[in-house]
Design a binder for this molecule. Structure first.
Ligand code: NIG
Ligand code: FE
Length: 412
């Protein structure tokens, strides 16, 4: 079946094959074609071109003067959770910080209590509602973390839910084991023993069922130290899991330097980053992944995206969709925050939210750009005057159609 998406006013996010990530000034050169078409065949992109040279197809989909973009690649989410935490949202408004809430035993541990009481079936049901919302907003690939179980049984339970999402959703899913998201309540004051549990019991159990692609640690003040993170990441590596590290959200934690030193696929958050962190990332394969939704929601500083890109780094943008610091999976909003709060251009933000995000999940050979041969995960917008309009009109529902593997997805 050949499907021709015709009559696009803009085709953006075009890249040649074999480009894993765009770095520094290359991000501003992410391919944009004014007026064009995209051909889809058997769920993959088969061609891109200008008007007048349209190939023959079995079916034509009129883009109606909208933009055709690669679907978003959201490389950092925590969408398997039970319930919500709007009570803490009000506590924050009344003046408590994220760290103060965590220190009182709330925050992540609240979600842990709730998740342990919730069945696998119910967790799957709640997570699939979020998946439906994300795909309707234009996300085609997502990484999903565990980390609200904090016991071997409950971490495995979460990862089984993620595996079920991967099987049943058209979204491409990568699974990350985040047993070291916080110290479980029953291990309070016995952090070292908890780290031992993660390394000796949880990682082998997760690996035995093949449930995780990656291993993550919340390496930050009040959570896990650099030394503990190193141990967990090295253990994960022995079981075939590459590292993705939560780093430098709350402090200059040393997590960025550790991530680079141990070949992490990405280091994420980076709100507290300066010259040393940027220098450590320069020339490395580790993708700095920025989560401006968390800065927006928690009223924290934003990561220095402008300085990073100007220094040649290839940053990714992700939603961090989770109940405590970013209860939203809207990647268009994330792109707008990248522009408004972090001084990224529209093209840089698009590259960060698509190809570079795919790279942060080790998926950029198949996803993240409009490239013949890649999977046809595409967004078609309403008519827009320019690419810049997309992050500019930050709350207009511009996404008109979403195709994953070449198949149109239901809207909201
Ligand atoms: O990425 N920072 C650590 N973990 C999540 C928040 C999780 C939560 O509060 O439930 C984050 O922001
Ligand atoms: Fe996170």
């Amino acid at each position: 079946m050949r499907l021709l998406i015709d009559n696009a006013a803009l085709v953006a996010g075009i890249a040649p094959a074999g480009v894993p990530r765009l770095c520094g000034a290359q991000m501003e050169r992410f391919g944009v074609m004014e007026r064009g078409w995209v051909l889809v065949e058997s769920g993959r992109i088969a061609g891109v071109g200008e008007p007048g040279r349209e190939p023959r197809a079995d079916r034509v989909l009129d883009a109606g003067g909208g933009a055709v973009l690669p679907a978003f690649c959201d490389s950092h989410t925590h969408i398997v959770y039970a319930g919500s935490r709007e009570g803490e949202f009000m506590d924050k408004i009344r003046g408590l910080s994220y760290e103060q809430i965590a220190a009182r035993g709330g925050g992540i541990l609240n979600s842990v209590d709730l998740l342990r009481r919730t069945s696998e079936e119910e967790l799957y049901r709640q997570a699939m509602e979020r998946v439906g919302e994300m795909t309707a907003f234009g996300t085609g690939c997502a990484e999903i973390k565990s980390g609200y179980g904090l016991s071997t049984r409950d971490e495995v339970k979460m990862l089984r839910v993620i595996a079920r999402i991967a099987e049943s959703s058209p979204m491409k899913v990568r699974a990350t084991f985040l047993g070291a998201h916080a110290v479980a309540r029953e291990y309070r004051g016995r952090q070292e023993e908890y780290v031992e549990l993660v390394c000796r019991e949880m990682i082998p159990a997760v690996a035995a069922e093949g449930l995780a692609d990656f291993v993550d640690v919340f390496c930050d003040r009040g959570f896990f130290t650099v030394e503990q993170t190193r141990r967990i990441v090295e253990t994960g590596a022995r079981y075939g899991m590459r590292a993705k590290i939560h780093a430098n959200e709350l402090d200059f934690s040393g997590g960025v330097q550790l991530g680079v030193a141990c070949g992490a696929l990405s280091v994420d958050h980076l709100e507290r980053s300066g010259e040393a962190e940027i220098a450590a990332l320069a020339g490395s394969q580790t993708v700095p992944t920025l989560l401006p939704g968390a800065s927006f929601f928690l009223g924290m500083p934003y990561a220095p995206a402008r300085e990073m890109i100007d220094a040649g780094l290839g940053v990714a943008l992700a939603s961090d969709y989770n109940p405590g610091s970013s209860p939203s999976g809207n990647m268009r909003m994330v792109m707008s925050l990248g522009c408004i709060a972090m001084r990224m251009t529209a093209r840089e933000a698009l590259a960060a939210a698509t190809l570079n995000g795919a790279c942060a999940m080790d998926l950029s050979d198949e996803y993240g750009s409009i490239t013949p041969g890649k999977v046809a995960n595409l967004v078609i917008t309403k008519p827009v005057p320019s690419l810049d309009y997309i992050p500019y009109a930050y709350s207009s529902p511009l996404v008109r159609r979403v195709l994953l593997r070449g198949v149109e997805q239901p809207g909201l």
